[in-house]
Write a protein that binds this ligand. Structure first.
Ligand SMILES: C[C@H](O)[C@@H](O)[C@@H](O)[C@H](O)C(=O)O
Ligand SMILES: [Mg+2]
Length: 439
């Protein structure tokens, strides 16, 4: 298959959206984020295209696009057959290039660039197969699916053989779960109600709006001021009632002990989890927080800035997280994220993906659908994050019905952006940015 198809071009665009103007997406650490992405377009000699992105904020996009350009030589000229037949090996060539790996390895800008390229390759593969990515993943035989993963550094927790066996054990019932998912979708929680820059009135009216839309789980930002947080949590709890779920997110703002003390002060509002209480690199710190907060029935969630499968492995081994928040635009794209799902399943930690950023809802739903159908077989106590921003720029935007993600049927990874959006939002010459700079 695909005998003569090869990649002829990779184009990267710096696309930015002025979300900071309305404080959309703001949190304790990122008070003026402009949702942005380094957007990758792959082209082949048979006119097939593949689209992928990594999520960034404003000026940071400049650096990531530069890195993707530096990786061009690793992609262009490759036969797609060689990539997809030996995807695990190809992933390793991207992440192990002997000159480029020095600026990682497998972390930071270079790994964001890897994620964008890998995401575009999966989009291309799914389009060639005429399937959405979730279905491509579901239909791959266990041996083939597992062959895309690089197990280096994680075999002390999971081996290739174990992973294959786990998928085989779950084969029974796959068709029924797929059918059920297509009918009922996958539960979503909303973060749209509680960005840190939103006024109390705005938070209140958004809670009502999302309650009316059928949401039962709500995440708000905390971490700047304890008294304000207490007022905010009390107000949101009153608004959503006792039986609905509240999550809080500090975006790495605290020291370990500070996190524990702060959260004890918010415990009466019964948050399900505290997300990113401290540095994303502090595994033992997360473990300490998790241990202390267990007494208050508060779980620890993290992962949106976890840099690779090794860090995830340690978070899982150390019992540092109750909720594992994989992010579709980070670590090394789907190949590496699948490894995290497998480790989480083995160590019995729930995966609740992060999706607060542009295109993240569109992509990550595919992975969680695959997890439900092929790996964990359960949605129990799990959610996919939902933020209601920038979906109108995508050709296949997410569909949310009764607070549930409904699987897309269109081929690909759902991140193709309209050409008009690219013209308007490309930085610095798109018309949106020209207008902002002159106004
Ligand atoms: C800057 C971004 O909006 C973050 O605040 C966002 O990703 C957040 O942490 C989330 O969990 O959605
Ligand atoms: Mg978060």
């Amino acid at each position: 298959m695909y005998e003569d198809i090869s990649i002829t071009q990779i184009t990267v665009k710096d696309l930015r959206f002025p979300t900071s103007l309305q404080h959309d997406g703001s949190d304790a650490m990122h008070t003026n984020p402009d949702y942005s992405c380094a957007y990758v377009l792959l082209e082949t000699n048979n006119n097939q295209k593949g689209y992928g992105l990594t999520f960034t904020l404003g000026k940071g996009t400049e650096v990531v696009t530069c890195c993707i350009k530096a990786m061009e030589g690793l992609i262009v000229g490759r036969k797609v057959k060689d990539i997809f037949e030996h995807f695990g090996n190809f992933w390793r060539t991207l992440t192990s290039d002997s000159q480029m790996r020095w600026i990682g390895p497998e972390k930071g800008v270079i790994h964001l660039a890897t994620a964008a390229i890998i995401n575009a390759l999966w989009d291309l593969w799914a389009r060639l197969e005429g399937k959405p990515v979730w279905k491509l993943l579901v239909d791959l035989p266990p041996e083939k699916l597992v062959s895309v993963i690089d197990f280096r550094y994680i075999t002390d927790v999971i081996t290739r053989e174990e992973a294959i066996q786990m998928l085989k054990n779950r084969e029974e019932g796959k068709a029924n779960r797929e059918k059920e998912l297509l009918e009922n979708g996958y539960p979503a929680y909303t973060t749209q109600v509680g960005w840190i820059g939103y006024s109390t009135d705005k938070v209140k009216s958004l809670c009502k709006e999302y309650l009316n839309k059928g949401f039962t789980a709500f995440k708000i930002k905390v971490g700047q001021n304890l008294e304000e947080d207490r007022k905010r949590c009390a107000m949101v709890r009153e608004c959503i009632g006792d039986t609905n779920v509240l999550m809080v997110d500090a975006n790495q703002v605290w020291d370990v002990n500070e996190a524990i003390e702060w959260m004890k002060n918010l415990a009466e509002f019964k948050p399900l989890w505290i997300e990113e209480p401290t540095s994303p690199d502090d595994i033992l710190g997360h473990a300490t927080i998790a241990k202390e907060l267990k007494n208050y029935n508060i779980g620890v969630a993290t992962g949106e800035m976890c840099c690779n499968r090794v860090m995830f492995k340690q978070l899982l081994q150390a019992k540092a997280i109750e909720y594992c928040q994989i992010d579709s635009a980070r670590i090394g794209g789907i190949n590496e994220i699948l490894a995290v799902y497998l480790m989480a399943e083995k160590l019995k930690v729930k995966v609740c993906p992060h999706a607060g950023g542009i295109g993240l809802c569109e992509m990550v739903q595919h992975l969680q659908f695959w997890d439900f159908i092929s790996l964990s077989g359960s949605k129990e106590g799990k959610y996919i994050e939902y933020v209601d921003q920038q979906h109108e720029h995508f050709k296949v935007p997410v569909v949310i019905q009764s607070a549930a993600y409904i699987p897309p049927l269109e081929p690909g990874y759902s991140v193709e952006i309209f050409p008009d959006t690219m013209r308007k939002h490309e930085f610095p010459n798109g018309e949106i940015w020209k207008n902002i700079r002159t106004s």
